[in-house]
Design a protein around this ligand. Sequence first.
Ligand SMILES: Nc1ncnc2c1ncn2[C@@H]1O[C@H](COP(=O)(O)OP(=O)(O)OP(=O)(O)O)[C@@H](O)[C@H]1O
Ligand SMILES: [Mg+2]
Length: 176
Amino acid sequence: MIEIKDVSFTYNQAEAPSLSQVSLSIREGECVLLCGKSGCGKTTMTRLLNGMIPDFYDGALDGQIRVKGFDPVNCSMYEISKVVGTVFQNPRTQFYTVNTTSEIAFGCKNYGWPPEQIRERVMQAAADLHIEELLDRNIFELSGGEKQKIALPSAGRSRPRRTMWWRRRNRPNAPN
Ligand SMILES: Nc1ncnc2c1ncn2[C@@H]1O[C@H](COP(=O)(O)OP(=O)(O)OP(=O)(O)O)[C@@H](O)[C@H]1O
Ligand SMILES: [Mg+2]
């Protein structure tokens, strides 16, 4: 699902590359922990996968990246955000709303889903993560861990199969 081949990246005006000749392959369903000392390039790797490089962070890039068939470097943010979601180290910096339910719904609203589908998606995500009691709360009154639990479904694009089936049948050209 994620294929990275011989990737090197140097931020603009940096003296040394932040990533040098990195290759890795991650299959669907695998949970991979990327670890290493501070400054070794973990965040830079996530920026390559979610399209922030080169859209937001410019620099010299070599190598090949594929995420579910997409090339995050050459496709639009709108396209890559269908398959990649990012939860930041500090989730407080990524919220757009002040209400937990609205926050989980935010991404789907941007894709123009019908309200009943968004409601279903929010309830399903809350059930999957056992966070029903966190719905309809003020985000700023949550603990740090609870904020992360809201950031996760808000960043994620996964949803029940029946929702996908409904969408294909009723809106065949809608974004996945
Ligand atoms: N916007 C930037 N411009 C120039 N250099 C950068 C930029 N962001 C990161 N770097 C440099 O790239 C290297 C990798 O940084 P990165 O943030 O990917 O590390 P990290 O592994 O996530 O570190 P940490 O564990 O501290 O979060 C570091 O040397 C850093 O100084
Ligand atoms: Mg980091």
